[in-house]
Design a protein around this ligand. Structure first.
Ligand code: FAD
Length: 381
């Protein structure tokens, strides 16, 4: 297999303009390398980017430092979002309350959309090619790879980086693993302009996160920037639980009725998190890759983030994706041959992610526990 020396400016194709792919492109560019990023979205504002994220000093913040964006992140981040409340499900009395101490930066929150914009605006214009939904990665003559996109484009690359998330198409070039349903769903509800329109909910949630669980179900609410609150209705059920009830996610009123029945023993103040939402619910059944997920190293393709190690969403996914991205970019910049860079990156990334995959395997069930919240074990944001 041909290996491409870094000095001949390798053609690097990153698939996925999520936090992992964009961080990787940014750090490569800071080291004088070029990379094109391909994403299936039609543009940066194509869809709602989802909730708030906390970036930790030992992974996400390290990557932002390498990307030269830590200070800007800290200007945007919400340290007050580290507040955590836990309520008794039956009567909505507070059972646990943790306020961040002054200057605490262990997990400052940022909206996903803000993080994406921060990374996007740091890239050389034209780096991201929107409307490029990858279909497959094939071997090309001379040991390189060809990427085939749904819009008909075909691109040759010396290294393909799969940063294309849970349902990665790049992954097929390395592994036959597919994500498996973990038996839990997050049904997402959101509230806009909460301080004016939903003052009771604003008061209940505070500046950070608030949760309650009864052993079978959980409600987890997170404040986002600009007066938004997102709530995850967390339940164990079939992946197609809505279809089994004869519903789809647009059936707002019948879903409300179903939830009110399921949460009938909960305090009225908490049940408002289920019913007062401003738009349709979004159903998010949870999937994870088999533990451990590994592949034979290939000098022309590698994976990072969810494409490499999709895990239950317990507050580490974005952090790991960005750390992977940073380490891969630095390895490429620091090695003469791409093959050595890929191997050095995977030698570090795979054991780390296997450890985390094993630790989180089955851990999402802990969110349903009616015991007092342990901030070190149960974290969505
Ligand atoms: C409900 C929920 C809540 C979560 N909360 C948190 C949290 O609070 N903290 C945390 O750290 N993690 C959280 N996670 C996990 C986190 O979202 C992921 O781990 C993280 O986004 C992974 O980043 P990534 O860059 O690897 O992939 P992604 O963010 O998934 O980005 C992948 C990109 O690839 C693009 N793409 C996909 N397929 C193709 C294709 N075929 N062709 C071209 N482009 C493609 C997508 O459009 C996307 O832009 C949560 C996950 C869920 C489901």
């Amino acid at each position: 297999m041909t290996t491409t020396p870094a000095s001949s400016t390798p053609r690097i194709a990153i698939v996925g303009a999520g936090p992992g792919g964009l961080t990787c492109a940014r750090i490569l560019q800071l080291h004088g390398l070029t990379a094109a990023v391909y994403d299936l979205a039609s543009g940066p504002d194509d869809r709602d980017q989802g909730g708030t994220l906390d970036l930790h000093p030992d992974d996400g913040q390290i990557a932002l430092k390498e990307a030269g964006l830590l200070e800007e992140f800290l200007r945007l981040a919400r340290p007050e979002g580290q507040e955590m409340r836990q309520y008794h499900a039956a009567d909505a009395t507070l059972r646990f309350h943790q306020q961040p101490v002054e200057h605490q930066l262990s997990a400052p929150e940022i909206d996903r959309g803000q993080l994406r914009n921060l990374l996007l605006s740091s890239l050389t214009p034209g780096t991201v090619r929107w409307n490029h939904a990858l279909q497959c990665v094939n071997r090309a003559a001379g040991g390189t790879r060809t990427l085939h996109f749904a819009n008909g484009a075909a691109v040759e690359a010396d290294l393909v980086i799969g940063a294309d998330g849970a349902w990665s198409k790049v992954r097929h070039a390395l592994s036959s693993a597919t994500p498996q349903y973990i038996g839990m769903t997050y049904l997402e509800a959101w509230f806009d302009d909460v301080d004016t329109r939903h003052p009771d909910i604003a008061e209940l949630v505070g500046q950070g996160s608030a949760m309650a669980a009864d052993g079978k179900r959980c409600l987890f609410a997170q404040r986002n920037s600009a007066g938004h609150i997102r709530v995850y209705v967390i339940q164990t059920d079939h992946a197609d639980w809505l279809a089994r009830a004869g519903l789809n996610s647009q059936d707002t009123e019948p879903i409300r009725a179903l939830l009110l029945h399921r949460y009938r023993d909960w305090a009225p103040d908490l049940r408002r998190l289920l019913t007062d939402n401003d738009g349709p619910y979004i159903d998010r059944p949870l999937y994870a890759l088999p533990v451990p997920h590994a592949w034979e190293s290939d000098p022309t393709v590698t994976l990072l983030g969810d494409a490499a190690h999709l895990m239950p969403p317990l507050g580490v996914g974005v952090n790991l994706a960005m750390l992977d991205a940073s380490e891969l970019a630095l390895a490429i910049a620091g090695h003469d041959a791409i093959a050595d860079a890929v191997r050095a990156y995977e030698d570090k990334m795979l054991p780390r992610s296997h450890k985390m995959q094993a630790a989180l395997d089955g851990a999402a069930a802990g969110l349903l526990s009616d015991e007092t919240f342990d901030p070190h074990q149960s974290d969505i944001g």
